[in-house]
Design a protein around this ligand. Structure first.
Ligand code: NAD
Ligand code: WQD
Length: 343
């Protein structure tokens, strides 16, 4: 199958391209490199032995997006990763987030309609659940008012997609709600590239251990959890990537139960911040400098996924452990350090 991957040089996109290629799919990447590097295409080719087509393009540019669809006829499916994702930045600069995340999606949908492309997998997020009342959280749990413009773009995008499948016959969408993707490819050739000071836990841990940051602040130690720190459902990015291949196959083979489906992608297990730190220290042998500080505003206390629907319907289950996640993240940080040192 011919699959267009938007945001394909990004963190999750690049891992998904590798898994698509491993299953024999032909991949076209489109990315404006606003949060990734062209070199990722070379790294993908090194891992898979196949160089994906790459188009540097801003999906907010409607005429260029149209030209892209015209250039690549007969696309069987699209996996739409392209979006900005920094929660804090979205609070400071909401218009940038609404414009980029919504316009790029709408232009993609327009292209699908014009060029008769039926299938779209969309990157959504567990952020749509806020702090769920019932854990683990199922797909039919209510969507709650978003904490940030970023989170709101995910909710609005899901609404845009729902309205689109209702209005435009032949359009199928699977929205995948990721929990907390972490880790990197086992080759350490691709991984997450955080810009500036990381907001997310894992890059902050690895950058502290390598000496780029002085100390990790553990946000909140008085939560109503066994060790007082917040709980998340961390999922290895390679497991996450594999689910995208299954989702796109499901649509191209017409196996979907409806034209708009939603799946939680997590492991189904929650780990606290301290448990993540312990795993990191155990698998790497590094001692992490951290301190317990106040809660971070806007953080939920605990959330983890009920993955029954994804397990049963997609036949997919996350396989990699927390130790494998933290070790692969560390190997990736070591590789980044090698690159920094060679500059
Ligand atoms: P990323 O920033 O690494 O990848 C996104 C890619 O999209 C980047 O390469 C960026 O250059 C590109 N891009 C952004 N706007 C674009 C535009 N207008 N035109 C073309 N390319 C554009 O992020 P990621 O972590 O790989 O996330 C991928 C998707 O998954 C995003 O939609 C994100 O919101 C969603 N998501 C991520 C997480 C997470 O924790 N990483 C969790 C839930 C959902
Ligand atoms: C995880 C835990 C922090 C940094 C965010 C987005 C969400 C989704 C995933 C895209 C929390 C704690 C963190 C640090 C810490 N992205 N922490 N010290 O907040 O669950 O979700 O990324 O959709 O939308 O909001 O992930 O990695 O930032 O935090 O103690 O320096 O680690 O408080 O409990 P989060 P995270």
């Amino acid at each position: 199958m011919k699959i267009l991957v938007t945001g394909g040089t990004g963190y999750i996109g690049s891992h998904t391209v590798v898994e698509l290629q491993a299953q024999g799919h032909e991949v076209i990447i489109v990315d404006n490199l606003s949060n990734s590097e062209r070199e990722v295409v070379d790294q993908i080719a090194l891992i898979s032995g196949i160089r994906p087509a790459f188009e540097e393009l801003d999906l907010c540019d409607q005429s260029k997006t149209d030209a892209l669809f015209a250039k690549y006829p007969n696309i069987d499916g699209i996996i739409h990763f392209a979006a900005y994702k920094a929660v804090g930045e979205s609070v400071a600069n909401p218009m940038i987030y609404y414009r980029n995340n919504l316009q790029s999606l709408m232009n993609t949908i327009d292209g699908m309609r014009k060029y008769n492309i039926s299938n779209l997998v969309f990157s959504s997020s567990c952020t749509v659940y806020g702090q769920p009342e019932v854990l683990p959280v199922r797909e039919d749990s209510p969507v709650q008012a978003a904490f940030s413009p970023y989170g709101n773009t995910k909710q609005i995008s899901e609404e845009i997609l729902k309205d689109s499948v209702n209005a435009y016959a032949g359009l199928n969408v699977i929205a995948l709600r990721y929990f907390n993707p972490i880790g990197a490819h086992p080759t350490a050739l691709i991984g997450e590239l955080p810009l500036g000071v990381p907001n997310n836990l894992i890059p902050f841990i690895t950058q502290t251990a390598i000496g780029l940051r002085q100390q990790l602040s553990v946000f909140g130690s008085d939560y109503n959890t066994p060790d007082g720190t917040a709980i998340r459902d961390y999922i290895h990015v390679v497991d996450l990537a594999k689910a995208h291949v299954i989702a796109v196959d499901r649509m191209t083979k017409g196996k979907g139960k409806s034209n708009f489906e939603v799946f939680n992608l997590g492991t189904g297990n929650g780990f606290s911040v301290l448990e993540v730190i312990n795993s990191f220290e155990k698998v790497t042998g590094e001692k992490l400098n951290y301190k317990l500080v106040d809660r971070r505003p806007g953080d939920v206390e605990q959330v983890w996924a009920d993955t029954t629907f994804a397990n049963e319907e997609l036949g997919w289950k996350a396989a990699l452990t927390l130790d494998e996640m933290t070790l692969s993240a560390w190997k990736w940080e070591l590789r980044l350090q090698e690159k920094r040192n060679s500059k």
